[in-house]
Write a protein that binds this ligand. Structure first.
Ligand code: KE4
Length: 424
């Protein structure tokens, strides 16, 4: 029995599914998860000493690679001054000013401790600000395990084939309308059927929890217009894309100014952080100024903010976004060569990518669901055996980091090509 197998056997006795987050259980690909002993740069090392090139990057935060020196030393330094104060601290001001500088649609921002808290707070705030109850979301978009948003969700909710979660009251789920992404007719029909009843549209501007697909030209702009014309708020869930696709995230790439934005992952540098923010008049509804309550013991935690600020500082110093685009383009060129003529399709934006095991365009969930999950699982395990770790589900995105060198990328695609030869 390997050390990972022994640990998993113990984990199963005390942790549901042996994991603290469902997608880690490998249910989407079969087999058992490995246990990580350490992570540095673009590599993970398992408790059994296996080293692998990592394209999950702890689901997005490790944009500089794992344990980057500037982030580690910032956390170490912060820890010498205390771990948590429960009072305002200077880093909160610096982080708020940094987020507002980088994401101009965010005029005021509040820190929380996860992406789920960020989107949950955006929804409650939108309902409080508009006085409306209904939410429009898109099939396959995942916004964390928020009751109102676990309807036709993506990510782990998809992997387990239960798009709607048990435990979510039907009465609450009924307030959430889910339509296909990139389907403006469906959006317009939903608005017509619920005139001036939507508090908000919440959307992943680049859906990356059903693999990865892109907004078609004009789609996001039309959502912005529909919201403006109906007094509905536009919420961009940039927990994954924020500070990754560009300095100012997807909203900078696509030139959209949402009313509220949910953030996370990169701004925590690997420590638990989320954030939500937007127009001053909306954020002014938040307690203690306004009637919408939201709170958190560890919100603005000094270690998490020290990590996030160090990570953002390093990204700006290196102009990391330009370098990530270069690495992404290299990876894409090589991956397209490796998949040429095969019934699969590779797509990428910036440092995010996905290899679907189906042919033809993928522009919404129903397309992604055509993917051959058995073939994906075979591909995943062949790559893993050869030292390349992709997300253990067809319905996730892959991530490049600044720690992935050209040699790492070239080696990875060689492994991909060999794995594909064994699948087809
Ligand atoms: P967290 O609560 O997991 O920090 O963030 C939820 C969330 C919100 N919005 C988007 C767009 C997200 O991608 C996420 C979380 N992403 C998943 C990966 N698909 C986290 C991995 C997991 O659930 O273990």
């Amino acid at each position: 029995m390997t050390a990972s197998e022994h640990l998993f056997e113990s984990a199963l006795r005390r942790i549901p599914g042996g994991v603290n987050s469902p997608v880690r259980a490998f249910r989407g690909v079969g087999g058992q998860p490995f246990f990580t002993k350490s992570a540095k740069g673009c590599r993970l090392t398992t408790v059994d000493g296996q080293e692998m090139i990592d394209y999950v990057g702890t689901w997005g935060p490790a944009i500089l690679g794992h344990a980057p020196e500037p982030v580690v030393s910032a956390v170490r330094e912060a820890a010498t001054h205390g771990l948590s104060f429960g009072t305002p601290n200077p880093l909160e001001v610096e982080m708020a000013e940094t987020i507002c500088r980088l994401v101009p649609s965010v005029e005021k921002v509040r820190m929380v401790n996860s992406g789920t808290e960020a989107t949950m707070s955006c929804v409650r705030l939108a309902r409080g600000f508009t006085g409306r109850d209904k939410i429009l979301k898109f099939e396959g978009c995942y916004h964390g395990h928020v009751d109102s948003l676990l309807v036709n969700a993506g990510s782990g909710a998809l992997t387990h084939g239960t798009p709607d979660s048990a435990g979510v009251p039907v009465a609450l789920a009924r307030l959430t309308v889910a339509v296909p992404f990139n389907d403006l007719d469906a959006v317009r029909a939903a608005f017509a059927a619920n005139p001036r009843e939507f508090a908000a549209i919440i959307v992943e501007p680049v859906p990356a929890n059903a693999g990865l697909y892109l907004p078609e030209p004009g789609f996001l702009e039309e959502l912005e217009k529909l919201c403006r014309d109906s007094g509905t708020l536009l919420i961009f869930d940039e927990v994954m894309t924020g500070f990754r696709l560009a300095r100012g995230g997807a909203q900078e790439v696509f030139g959209i100014r949402p009313d509220l934005t949910a953030l996370g992952k990169v701004i925590g540098g690997g420590l638990p952080v989320g954030a939500f923010g937007g127009r001053t008049e909306i954020m002014g509804q938040l307690s203690p100024d306004g009637p919408v309550y939201q709170a958190g013991t560890l919100s603005g935690n000094p270690l998490a903010l020290a990590a996030g600020l160090a990570q953002i500082r390093e990204l700006e110093r290196l102009d990391g976004w330009a370098r990530l685009e270069e690495s992404g383009a290299r990876f894409e060129t090589l991956a397209q060569e490796a998949t040429r003529g095969l019934p699969c399709s590779f797509r990428r934006i910036g440092s995010m990518f996905c290899l679907y095991f189906c042919e033809g365009p993928v522009v919404r969930l129903s397309d992604a669901m055509r993917s051959d999950r058995a073939k994906f699982a075979k591909f995943f395990h062949r790559c893993l055996a050869d030292g390349v770790y992709f997300a253990p589900s067809q319905f996730e995105s892959g991530f490049l980091s600044l720690a992935h060198t050209d040699a790492d990328i070239d080696e990875s695609v060689r492994v991909v090509a060999t794995a594909l030869a064994g699948v087809f």
